[in-house]
Design a protein around this ligand. Structure first.
Ligand code: DCP
Ligand code: MG
Length: 406
């Protein structure tokens, strides 16, 4: 089926090579990393499955559990009906291992994955804890893009130990579809000259942004595949779906002019160091924290930002993440106080063997002219901060609250 021609004047990004990386059943894979007995078994990660709990939902399920119809966002009661807990059944009946959500641990694994992505992509846009777009245009070429994409997967697998699916395409929309195409452990490369054929026969739901409701609305218009949408009359689509319809119509035709950009304002600024071998020497640890505090302070200066919370992260082998923080009475920029606070928070870990240590400032207040950047070790959602400016260093009286522990 021929695809409708490009819109006159539409710029193309055929020169781009975009990778989309999405981890497979991410939370379940993280659980398998610290509990290898769970490999190959049905695993459900969620809340509310303990006796006496009444509500809760599935965060994710391993592909083995998905075969029984267990899926993300399902009420946990329904999951338990489909697949009871291993401990509550005879060994011959199908059952799943249930594990509670442990965000801090998943964030730590996600950070290790991100480190690899930033190493392999020129620009990385993180869209969720387990998903990112990479601009790799200057790192590879279409004739070797498959090998490059495989390398990304393998590096994540060998360094961090969790499976990823990777899609490569000339634009973000198609890369997203490609990474989803062959999950789990998928690898789908769609060079520009194969894009039209690749998209044509896929069901309309495969287009990102088309959920069950839009899909049935499209079907009412006899549009069942992405190719059908590509061939559809733009006016009909715009009448029914508005601007979003125009965008989806373009994406169906392989047109998506977005370039991969990093995200906006960070929620926190941090610096961390990993040790090849765990370190328990107190002098080494406190020197590291001093150096990291200085590095964070200079980042704070560059970004012209104030912070209200100072925190440290200490990772004990293999991925046991401890965070401690202290929140002050108002926004500050005080390098000495930052360093002293970080060192005081570190005290608790004297004598521990440490794999990684980090210093972070959060509860940020931005002045008007900050540069956007990506430097937090947690979720990096765009902030809706109003950009008010706050008094500069020395102008704020510091009223110390009891440390907030978590
Ligand atoms: N998640 C959640 N609640 C949801 C959806 C997702 O808590 N309703 C969490 C659990 C997932 C993680 O986010 O592991 C990543 O979401 P994905 O949609 O990428 O799902 P998975 O990685 O689990 O599975 P897939 O292999 O389909 O990517
Ligand atoms: Mg995923």
């Amino acid at each position: 089926m021929p695809m409708a021609g490009r819109l006159p004047g539409a710029t193309t990004t055929d020169q781009q090579i975009v990778l989309h990386v999405d981890m497979d059943c991410f939370y379940a894979s993280c659980e398998r990393l610290r509990e290898p007995e769970l490999r190959g078994e049905p695993v459900v990660v969620g809340m509310g499955y303990e006796p006496g709990d009444s509500v809760g939902a599935v965060a994710t399920a391993s592909y083995e559990a998905r075969e029984y119809g267990v899926e993300s966002a399902q009420p946990i009661s329904e999951a338990l009906e489909r697949l009871p807990r291993t401990s509550s059944t005879e060994s011959s009946e199908p059952a799943a291992y249930y594990r509670p959500v442990d965000m801090e641990y998943y964030q730590e694994i996600a950070a290790a994955v991100r480190e690899i992505l930033h190493d392999l992509g020129d620009t990385v846009r993180e869209v969720s804890i387990d998903e990112a777009y990479l601009d790799v245009t200057d790192r590879t070429d279409w004739d070797v893009a498959e090998g490059f994409s495989r390398h990304v997967k393998q590096r994540i697998r060998s360094t961090v130990g969790v499976p990823a699916s990777v899609g490569a395409a000339p634009n973000m929309s198609a890369a997203k579809i490609a990474s989803d195409h062959d999950k789990p452990d998928g690898l789908t490369v769609v060079p520009p000259d194969e894009l039209e054929d690749f998209l044509a026969d896929l069901p309309i739901e495969d287009l990102h942004g088309v959920g069950p409701v839009s899909a049935s609305a499209f079907r009412e218009l006899d549009i069942a595949t992405i190719g059908d949408l590509a061939d559809a009359d733009i006016e009909t689509i715009e009448d029914r779906f508005g601007d979003r319809g125009r965008e989806l119509h373009n994406r169906a035709r392989g047109i998506d002019d977005r370039t991969v950009t990093e995200r906006g304002r960070p929620k926190s600024l941090s610096r961390e160091t990993s040790f090849g071998d765990p370190v328990s020497d107190w002098d080494v640890l406190s020197e590291q924290v001093t150096a990291l505090s200085r590095a964070v302070s200079s980042r704070v200066d560059r970004k012209d930002v104030l912070y209200q919370t100072v925190g440290i992260k200490v990772v004990l082998p293999p991925y046991d993440v401890k965070t401690r923080e202290r929140t002050f009475g108002g926004p500050i920029d005080e390098p000495d106080l930052l360093r002293e606070t970080a060192l005081e928070l570190l005290d608790e870990f004297e004598g521990e063997s440490v794999r990684k240590v980090g210093v972070r400032v959060s509860k940020l207040s931005f002045s008007e002219n900050e540069q956007s950047d990506l430097d937090s070790w947690t979720d990096r959602t765009d902030s809706s901060d109003t950009g008010r400016s706050y008094p500069r260093r020395g102008q704020v009286s510091l009223e110390r609250f009891a440390p907030e522990r978590r």
